[in-house]
Write a protein that binds this ligand. Structure first.
Ligand code: UD1
Length: 420
């Protein structure tokens, strides 16, 4: 397994270009299963989760033609598509569950593996299943698989999600596109990645409208062939903004509409960062003294994303005083804390709240990645620590950050991949 060697401390300076969004690409790729005609998806990030989704589509019979740089995929579906999403593909990435809705909507049956838990929480799929059931999907769980079918086309329904879920909203929207009649989804997630999915589907002829957290979908018979460019990755952009603030450096972040990370930028301003926004560019300069923030809380969009929680915790370790972070989305998303403590952090956890004593002088250590965002947080911490840190299990990072070490090297971080 590859490792990173990071020689700190370093100060960030330079420019970085943000890649396409992983979390927007995944549902858009899953939705291509609805199409009879070829679709072309552009600006895909070159990360492991995207190759997993493309492999899953191929295993279902889709023909995938990738451009040389692997950022453009032309996807065509033959008549005799398969409906089996195997455990070996689904277990490596929970986003794979997003093929369930389109398979049942288009082919009226599917055998899709249950994704199972992961380190950050149990992550059940009950909201996906009950929403699809209301649209007319029958299912049973057998040997770890969801065996699902529908009696012909799905039928529009009114569904209120008991809790806001990104994945369940996406699965239901995709499925409802080809359902008979009108579907009204209430209490939806409204993350920008979901809006990107509905833009894509509408451009292909779907009839989807939003009012607040309510999404209305009028079913259509088929979708038309289009080219679509996926939005930029707001979590990658947020991570680089935190990195610049943390290292008291200055960074120009290109290729992203600053509006989609306004909450994050407002929070960083409170820490003392100086931020300038243009149409597709953010310039950020870290303060000499990082101000602590008393009560950071993760929340569904437009709140602070849980996917930025670990990175913000590293920043608060270096702030000039006490702060706290409450994790409201996942029950077990503090795996990075024990590793940060090994670097010298002073953090106490009470239930879903972390209390952080600032002014930590991180000292290099050997560390272990646990999940995607925790791993990047360790990279950030190691980059401002004194000495050489080793970060193990960086395959987590490769799942979601495109060319992370090249991007970090270009802005002044001394990072090296040790191949095994
Ligand atoms: C997506 C993102 C992930 C992000 C998360 C929250 C993708 C591929 N992943 O994950 O990066 O951290 O949103 O912003 O886009 N839940 C249930 N039952 C369900 C579904 C969810 O109890 O059927 C719970 C989850 O355990 C969690 C909460 O609802 O506690 C929110 O999860 P959800 O929004 O569904 O996250 P994902 O779509 O899995």
């Amino acid at each position: 397994m590859d490792k990173f060697l990071i020689d700190g401390p370093s100060k960030i300076k330079g420019k970085v270009s943000i890649s396409g969004s992983k979390n927007a690409s995944l549902p858009i790729l899953a939705a291509t299963l609805l199409f009879d005609l070829p679709v072309t998806i552009k600006n895909l990030p070159r990360v492991k989760d995207i190759s997993t989704m493309l492999n899953l589509l191929k295993s279902l019979g889709s023909k995938v033609e990738l451009s040389k740089d692997k950022k453009i995929a032309k996807i065509s579906n033959p008549k005799n598509m398969k409906t089996f999403a195997s455990y070996s593909l689904v277990k490596t990435m929970r986003g794979s569950i997003l093929v369930l809705g389109p398979l049942v909507a288009k082919l009226h049956k599917s055998k899709t593996s249950l994704p199972g838990g992961c380190l950050i929480g149990a992550r059940p799929v009950n909201y996906h299943l009950s929403a699809l059931e209301k649209l007319g999907m029958n299912y049973e769980i057998k040997d770890g698989y969801i065996i699902a079918k529908s009696n012909g086309k799905l039928k529009g329904a009114v569904i209120k999600f008991p809790k806001i879920s990104v994945g369940a909203t996406e699965n239901s929207i995709i499925a409802a596109c080809l359902a008979k009649g009108k579907t009204v989804l209430k209490n939806c997630a409204i993350e920008p990645e979901i809006k990107d999915l509905t833009n894509f589907l509408n451009l292909a002829g779907a009839k989807i409208e939003w009012i607040g957290r309510t999404c209305t979908i009028n079913g259509v018979n088929s979708l038309k062939s289009i080219n679509y460019s996926v939005m930029a990755d707001r979590i990658e952009a947020g991570t680089f903004c935190v990195a610049a603030t943390l290292s008291k450096g200055s960074l120009e972040i290109n290729n992203l509409d600053p509006k989609i990370i306004s909450t994050e930028l407002n929070l960083l301003k409170k820490t003392g960062a100086k931020i300038n926004k243009n149409k597709n560019k953010i310039s950020i300069k870290g303060p000499e003294k990082i101000k602590p923030i008393k009560n950071i809380k993760t929340k569904e969009f437009p709140g602070i994303p849980t996917d930025l929680q670990a990175q913000l915790m590293v920043l608060m370790c270096r702030a000039n005083g006490k702060s706290s972070i409450t994790e409201n989305i996942f029950e077990n998303r503090f795996m990075h804390v024990a590793e940060l403590q090994r670097l010298g952090a002073n953090i106490t956890i009470k239930n879903n709240k972390a209390f952080i004593d600032g002014n930590t002088k991180f000292i290099a250590a050997e560390l272990m990645s646990s999940d995607l965002r925790a791993s990047v947080a360790l990279v950030l911490a190691a980059s401002v620590a004194n000495g050489k840190s080793i970060i193990n299990r960086i395959y987590h990072l490769d799942r979601g950050y495109e060319k992370i070490e090249n991007k970090l090297k270009n802005i002044g971080i001394k990072i090296k991949r040790l191949k095994k």
